[in-house]
Design a protein around this ligand. Structure first.
Ligand code: AMP
Length: 573
């Protein structure tokens, strides 16, 4: 179906065409004709980000009589942000329609201008329930001409304790008005509101009931509770292009995590109920402008945030109810984009994941926490991506000869090695000392599983940056270790040589000394500087050049390569 086949007016079609809307989303295809063609009440089960605002907004705008001075339509929604967003969207949809007046009415702002605007005359009121009740009590809102009422994110409004306010508002609306209820989930409370205030509503479900958005993948990482923050940092390091929301359960936790991230050099700030409205606005402005990479938020504070293009939602701790999880994960994967919702859980929280999986009807995939090696490889691959962009001819070409002269005699490989090490100095140093923090194996026989067994038996696995591609044999690997660490003869356990990397086990007590000896002794093999680090989790068989199918890499927009967007090849540390 096309927008032009729906009976929408040319002015409205022009408005949405300016916004770049070409094809109706499923919720729009179902809801727009239903509203335009009959006055029946409607319950629509649809996730956030599915295009609900236009679904109810376009027919609502079309059916306005601009000669009437008092409101003809009322939209109730849970938060100030959503309220402002809906009002903004409606104004955009109506850009080519003459004389439409939309008023946003919300708490936390001076009530006087809202009262004055109401008196001047309004067609559509978009309101949060608390402030709307306030206006009604002051007898400043005339609802006698209301023909249409929308309850948007009804489940959230009820979750937030607005039931009484909703009832007070709905009892003021004339009997014959059409009521449209939108909700991501249908808990008992929402069903009872629908039963009480709606007449024989038509029910429209877009997607599966309670299902998360189709283009969001759900993942979880298992770490000990003490390592949660470390795991979060690793995700942020692994995905340097991450633009996401980190959900916490309490305001205190939200503030603490954001403070720590800030101290550790990440662009992150918190959003929670203890902030003043100005502080919230300031944080949101920075986040929208992408001055922040991560917004650390409570569920309530993040309701209704309309930020598209989020690559990740991180559940720093899982919520107790499905509704909150659906809302959290629905913040990503919006407007046709793909996204990832990642939960950090401890070993006792498997049941929670299983429970959400069952209710959501979507499978969660367990991922290993990226190790230092994974992160450095991904960052190096990101560097390769950046380097593959050929700069425009310019001043650089004039200074190039003197640059070449200064670096005469340095081989291409050595130059790249120095450049990469300069770019990633801090990261490489930090992660060379960081252990694997996966709390449990991914599955029986996996690399992580084996690693745990060997650690228990007193052995730990190290990774070397050369492999079959460099014609390395197990015997040569042992020789290299002995050459690097002359002071002791280290016992070497199992050896696994893959195309670009090699893995070998050494006693835990000797591991650090072996790593340091390679760092100090500058061992070369076939012209390549050899380095050794703690091996990470993940399947070693898949870890060589097939790394292009990186398990941590989110689905990115096609033209936007991620940090792991290129195979690491010989860029490994
Ligand atoms: P909503 O669920 O109303 O918050 O919409 C989510 C996002 O999708 C908003 O940024 C809208 O501007 C965008 N959007 C809604 N409908 C369409 C459409 N038919 N085509 C393209 N984008 C849309």
């Amino acid at each position: 179906m096309k927008f032009t086949d729906m009976g929408l007016s040319p002015e409205i079609l022009e408005g949405i065409s300016r916004l770049g809307f070409e094809t109706p989303t499923p919720v729009q295809a179902a809801v727009i004709p239903a509203i335009l063609n009959n006055g029946r009440d409607l319950v629509a089960l649809a996730q956030t980000g599915t295009g609900k605002t236009a679904a109810f907004g376009l027919p609502m705008l079309q059916m306005l009589d601009t000669n009437i001075k008092t409101p003809q339509a009322l939209i109730l929604c849970p938060t100030r942000e959503l309220c402002m967003q809906i009002a903004r969207d409606l104004e955009n949809f109506a850009a080519c329609v003459r004389g439409v007046r939309v008023l946003a009415v919300y708490g936390g702002a001076d009530i006087k201008p809202q009262l004055a605007a109401m008196v001047r005359g309004v067609d559509i009121v978009v309101a949060t329930p608390g402030r709307m009740v306030d206006l009604l009590r002051r007898k400043r809102a005339d609802f006698s001409k209301i023909k249409r009422v929308v309850l948007d994110e009804a489940d959230e409004m009820l979750n937030m304790g607005f039931e009484e306010d909703l009832e007070a508002i709905l009892s003021e609306v004339p009997d014959g008005a059409q009521t449209l209820l939108f909700s991501a989930t249908m808990p008992r409370q929402v069903a009872s509101i629908a039963k009480k205030y709606m007449k024989d509503p038509e029910e429209i479900t877009v997607g599966t009931r309670n299902a998360g958005a189709e283009n969001v993948s759900h993942e979880y990482l298992v770490v000990h509770a003490k390592d949660r923050y470390r795991a979060l940092k690793r995700l942020a390091d692994f995905y340097p292009d991450m633009y996401g929301i980190v959900f916490c359960r309490t305001r205190q936790e939200t503030q603490d995590i954001a403070d720590h991230l800030g101290k550790d050099g990440y662009k992150a700030e918190s959003l929670h109920g203890d902030l003043t409205q100005q502080q919230r606005d300031r944080v949101m402005k920075k986040f929208r402008a992408r001055e922040l990479q991560m917004l650390v938020a409570t569920d309530v504070a993040a309701r209704g945030l309309d930020v598209n293009d989020l690559t990740h939602v991180i559940n720093y701790s899982l919520p107790d109810d499905l509704g909150s999880y659906t809302h959290r994960s629905g913040r990503t994967g919006r407007a046709g984009k793909t996204g990832v919702s990642i939960a950090l859980i401890n070993m006792r929280e498997h049941n929670k994941v299983k429970h959400i999986e069952k209710q959501l009807g979507r499978k969660f995939v367990q991922r290993a926490v990226p190790t230092g090696v994974d992160i450095c490889q991904a960052r190096l691959a990101g560097l390769v991506d950046r380097l593959s962009v050929n700069p425009e001819p310019g001043v650089i070409d004039e200074i190039l000869p003197s640059l070449c002269k200064g670096l005469e005699g340095v081989s291409r490989e050595e130059l790249l090695r120095r450049f990469a090490s300069m770019e990633l100095q801090r990261m490489l140093e930090y992660y060379s000392k960081e252990p694997d923090i996966n709390a449990e194996p991914l599955h029986e026989g996996s690399h992580a599983a084996r690693k745990k067994q060997t650690a228990a038996g007193g052995l730990v696995e190290l990774a070397m940056n050369i492999g079959k591609a460099n014609h390395l044999s197990p015997k040569q690997l042992m020789n290299l270790v002995n050459v690097a660490d002359r002071s002791s003869s280290v016992e070497i356990g199992r050896i696994n040589i893959t195309h670009m990397q090699s893995y070998f086990e050494v006693p835990c007590a000797a591991a650090q000394a072996v790593i340091e000896s390679f760092a100090k002794s500058l061992v070369d093999f076939e012209g390549r500087r050899v380095s050794v680090s703690l091996a990470g989790a993940g399947n070693p068989a898949k870890r060589d050049e097939k790394r292009a199918a990186n398990p941590y890499r989110p689905n990115r927009p096609k033209n936007k390569p991620g940090p792991g967007g290129k195979k690491p090849g010989h860029w490994q540390k």
